[in-house]
Design a binder for this molecule. Sequence first.
Ligand SMILES: [Cu+2]
Length: 318
Amino acid sequence: MNRHRNVLSVSLALPAFALFFASCATAPDNKSTTATTTVTPPATQTLTLVPRPQKIVDLMKGRGEQDEAKPALKIVSPAKGAVINGSTVDVKLDLSGDLKGYMPHKDPTTGKGNHIHVILDNQPYEAYYDLNEPFELRNVIAGKHTLRVFPSRPWHESYKNEGAFQMVEFTVKGGGDAAKPTTTNTGQTMANNNSSAAPKPTREGKEMASSSAGALDPAKPLLTYSRPKGEYKAEDANPIMIDFWLTGAKLKGDGGDYRVRYIVDDDDAKYIDKWEPIWLSGWINGKHSVRLELIDKDGKPVDNGGYNTTTREITVTK
Ligand SMILES: [Cu+2]
């Protein structure tokens, strides 16, 4: 990551400077040059692409046919193009399609289960576990917004069938307090509106300026960032899955022209050419940035309201 390299280059530059001046000076005092032996080089990270983890393969076996389900979501509220007065937006979803037993639900003992990923604008998603319970966005600030939803598995891999993903644009009039985050009725943060009055955002890289929709064209190719996000602890940090949703674009390996480029920290860019999750192992402790970008056949990023290039910060604690 950037910070590590910067620390390294500073720690190398300082003794070099000291040496340069020491050689010009008349009174040799090489204390500063001998001190370099105590500098420990920072750990470096080499990520490796690994197959789907066995524990997920085993989980899938216990799920019957659920992973072949074709869940279809509808956003009942907010309606497409709705104008909402105030700052609270009711989210109502309708789940249908060929479910094969797929049903969002949080297991009270494990805290895991099938759930829906709900994304306000281009913020990190929040999980919606029980569609019979209300899901409200509170303190949504005035302006145009987008809401994106898609069904997900307990390990956060999204369903990628036709009809699984839905998006609406809506407008909030009046709106909430931009000095405070947008949350759900259960306190999940949907957007840290990042006003100067707000506390320094530390959570999941929700550092976007006041959250509103970009100049998005739903008919154009759209890459929706889903995972990774947030904190990864112990065995959850090895490996870590990258997963996303694609609309209006087919990747090279699926018979199309597009590629998804990913960049972790300041590593070289890598490409995903099939619309499937990938797993990367070898993460070291600390904060990492993960950037996902939709690239066209000429190798250029495809712009769509700024949503097709998304960078998230995640924290790894092993
Ligand atoms: Cu999830």
